[in-house]
Design a protein around this ligand. Sequence first.
Ligand code: AMP
Ligand code: ZN
Length: 111
Amino acid sequence: MSCIFCDIIEGNIKSERVYEDENCIIIKDIEPIAPIHYLMIPKKHYSKLEEASVSEAMELSFMLNKLGQMKKELGLEEGYRIIINQGKNAGQTVDHLHIHVLAGKELNWQV
Ligand code: AMP
Ligand code: ZN
């Protein structure tokens, strides 16, 4: 099964990586919708929140905490929004769970 984010994690597809640890990478989204648009991607492949094992769910929680701790380095001091698209109606196009991180301006709240 091919997965673009697994390929990015393995280094087979190039990306602008801004952070990496044992659990996740953070890359710049190739089609940004805000001045700052990162994707925080767990290294383990699963598509939906409910598919995560207990340890993967805990890793996800640590990742979000880590993101908050890296606000300054990532230019998120003025605030940021995290979004996880899940399924068709949410517009999920890549079946490898990822967290959009949007920042860099005052974001509006329309869908
Ligand atoms: P989603 O629609 O929530 O599944 O988000 C997938 C995101 O991945 C989109 O915002 C795309 O712009 C982004 N994306 C797709 N391919 C790449 C890539 N090669 N490098 C960086 N971002 C990508
Ligand atoms: Zn994957």
